[in-house]
Design a protein around this ligand. Sequence first.
Ligand code: G6P
Length: 603
Amino acid sequence: MCGIMGYTGVEPAVPIIYSGLKKLEYRGYDSSGIGIVESGKVELFKTEGGPDNLKSRLPFKSSSAVGLGHTRWATHGAANEINAHPHTSPQKLFMIVHNGIIENCSELKLRYHLDSELKSETDTEVIACLLEREYSGDVKEAITRVMPQLTGSYALGIICIDFPDTLFCAKKSSPLFVCTDERGAYLASDIAAFPGDTGKIYRLGDGEIGIIKKDSFKVFDIDGCRIRKTEIRLRDTEEYEDKGGYEHYMLKEIYEQPSAVEKTLDSIMSDGKIKLGCLRMNRERIKSLTRIELIGCGSAYHAGLAGAYALQKLLKIPARAYIASEYKSMGSVADENTLAIIISQSGETADTLAAMKEVKSRNAKIVSVVNNRYSTIAQESDSVIITRAGREISVATTKAFSAQLAVLYCIAVRLAYSAGRIDRERYRALCAELLSLPEKSRQTLEKNEAIEKIAQILKDAEYTCFIGRAADYCTAMEGALKLKEVSYSHCEAYAAGELKHGTISLIENGTPVIAVCADSSALSKTVSNIKECKSRGAKIICITDSDYDGDADDIVIKIPDTEDLFSVSAAVIPLQLIAYHTAKKKGCGIDKPKNLAKSVTVE
Ligand code: G6P
């Protein structure tokens, strides 16, 4: 959430920073800006909207070799030019960019009577003011005085005009990386923003302060003691990909799902068996588990719901998915016999990280399922399983979600077998089913043309209802989220049996009802719920792997027959495509839906 890109070196800074910001816009695109140091003075170029809007305002010919850039997801203050970063201190001694949120911002404004000094509504400008107040010639010292006054999370990039070739940085609970190469040194919230692949990359830790010059990088703790950093050893670094001929990243990523699932399964399975040594749990430890908690936000939470369903059915112990932001408030009941599965594509989601810290403090065993091996969640877990979805650019996740499902299903099957809850024959059969998932996704994608027609109905609908039972309920929830995220359509997912308890009052003549019928254990009951909707005028759209054909005026999308436990895998694909095509017909921004960001690093 918010992207930071800084550079100090021997080449013009603006093109380098702009190209970094383009790679970071998934973190927010409400407003953006670049600040450089030119002739001993700070020059700012800012705009509403993301880096694309900024481009025409940038001085690409400037020879300044130092600067900071930012792409913003608004927290304090509207998404306009004034609130865009970088911000400067009152005397323009400091220029700063910030990712995170300062929770005691109002208190600081009052304490130091800052209101008259501030030009923007941001919490960031407050930090710039504090730095200037605490500065008496030593920037590191000023930062160490300001940091303890800040509550919340922050990754900061700072330039002080007295040291025009130097970038300063500091962080707490928001990611920050430094890269050094022969052209200079870079600062960014994600390693994807760094150019080339020859640089040495370092991760800044919480409470650390970095001093970055074109040929050196030094790190200190809050007491001013020097810390030696070790270079991150990069594996699987991925190129920043283009759309590969697709009109949008979302569509490209939907089509990449078979391969994402295949690669993920390949990394976990061999000879038709599941290898999860990385869990570091022997048979006795697995048998000692009394509950499983799956924690995530957004789609990762929905993957957790699907995982919980498979885990509880197979392992026969309570398995429950939690929305990360609600986890702590509910009062955790985790203990050392709890397995906590932390699910996050980015590995940086602040709510998920906070829940992970809570569950860790209760001595639960932590396994994280993340797509970014260099992320904070990956670093702080007992065990990590990396999904092999590759870089996902569309803000609405598709392929990372599918890869998460594959991992969770593997964990469920492996734990159930190790705990003796399923026999060898069932284990082998389930493993074979898992290996068939990529092909089933491929076959489902072939239905795209038929699915596209559904968008014509949804685009004008005032309200769309998704229903499903058992695993199909998880699919319905993810389908409704996708439709809301990218097409801004009002819709809701319901457990099909719950409709008659109130929501059926929303069904009117022509209301689209998307019924998911891929979990055969629930088919006959869901079909009854379909009939109930139909008799009240609903337009039925059914996604099924059964031989249910519906009535002549229903739309039925047939998908390949899939093991009930894993049915979300194939059944979610038509719903992703429905969301995509509806958004396209409505002319929505698709890859960058309004108000959203891909990596949400504030609680
Ligand atoms: C954001 C994204 C969602 C994503 C959620 C969790 O809200 O827009 O698509 O599911 O964050 O992200 P994570 O990186 O933790 O999986």
